[in-house]
Design a protein around this ligand. Structure first.
Ligand SMILES: [Zn+2]
Length: 142
């Protein structure tokens, strides 16, 4: 794999994630060591849910895997999802903030959160644990 196209912010965040001594275990059967998997896949985990994990490759591509097949990476084709992953990744890894997509001129304000990034129908005490369908960006763009 060529390293010439690495995005430095992602490569640095991935290296720090892998080097972190704190165990990051996903409670599967058998348990999954997310740091070891990140090192193997060279994927920076950004969003985890019940089905699997979305993350950033060192070259900036967004890819995902499922907990059933954690060694099978799939490129993410949906631009909306890619924007969300970048934004959510920047919340976990502040060094990625410069990579967060800027709102395009023809983007529409997210009607679920009114542009705030926090879903209006979710009580405030749960809002931090719930990601709006805009990913928290407050806008949507096709
Ligand atoms: Zn929203």
């Amino acid at each position: 794999m060529s390293t010439a196209q690495d995005i430095p912010e992602i490569a640095a965040a991935l290296a720090a994630f892998i080097a972190d001594g704190e165990p990051y275990t996903i409670r599967l059967d058998p348990p999954l060591d997310l740091r070891a998997l990140a090192a193997e896949l060279q994927l920076l985990p950004a969003m985890l849910d019940f089905g699997g994990c979305l993350g950033l490759k060192r070259n900036g591509e967004v890819a995902s895997f499922t907990w059933n097949e954690p060694h099978s990476l799939r490129a993410e084709p949906d631009n909306r999802i890619r924007n969300i992953v970048y934004y959510q990744a920047s919340l976990k890894y502040p060094g990625l903030a410069p990579l967060v997509p800027r709102r395009p001129a023809d983007a529409v304000t997210c009607s679920w959160c009114g542009g705030s990034g926090r879903h209006l129908a979710i009580p405030a005490e749960f809002a931090d644990r719930f990601v709006c369908c805009c990913g928290g960006l407050g806008w949507l763009h096709e």
